[in-house]
Design a protein around this ligand. Sequence first.
Ligand SMILES: O=C(CO)[C@H](O)[C@H](O)COP(=O)(O)O
Length: 232
Amino acid sequence: MSSASSKAAQSGSADALKRAVAEAALEHVRAGEVLGVGTGSTANFFIEGLAAIKGRVQAAVASSEATRQRLEAIGIEVVDLNQVDHIGVYVDGADEINAALEMIKGGGGALTREKIVASLAERFVCIADESKWVEKLGRFPLPIEVIPMARSLIARELVKMGGSPVYRTGFVTDNGNVILDTYGLDIINPVELETRLNNLVGVVTNGLFARRPADVLLLGGAGGVRTITRPA
Ligand SMILES: O=C(CO)[C@H](O)[C@H](O)COP(=O)(O)O
């Protein structure tokens, strides 16, 4: 851990922890690789840090329009995913993460593009402050991106599964869809539930990242940044 990130982490505020893990993630960026960049406040600190090492970044793929704009603002070339067949590392935050490095994501509504970019990445580095660490996923409502015409249909299906979906009013994803933030699902088997939700006709993506968990978690706490590798 660098002394700057150590100092930031020890100061304890959520932003300081996010900045510390974002800074630590810069060490995972390798020269000459295409980089995948996530969305959210923690990812934004990572983008700020990228400004200092942009010579090392060949090009980046953005997981949202907001991230694309931020990357371009610091002079990093953003390429369309269709132009690349390999991403070295994907760096992104999470709303919850467990010991298997399975996550709930999508609090910022970018889950679909995040999952697509992550699926092409050789390494997924999750950056999170310790408030995101959970024993069991599901305290955070699971975001589910839905085709607008299927909103009520999917909401009824989610209720049958024991969930309480809440329509994210006034929010439209970068893909023109809507989000159902779903409370109360009992996430006993994240891989199975991710697949089951994907199979509902009208669901575009759900915020469970279990079939493609993170490979490395940089977790910021009062004691500094811990590096946790996904168990084999
Ligand atoms: O999945 C996401 C956006 O869709 C974010 O990674 C997640 O919501 C965490 O955000 P933050 O870093 O602001 O806490």
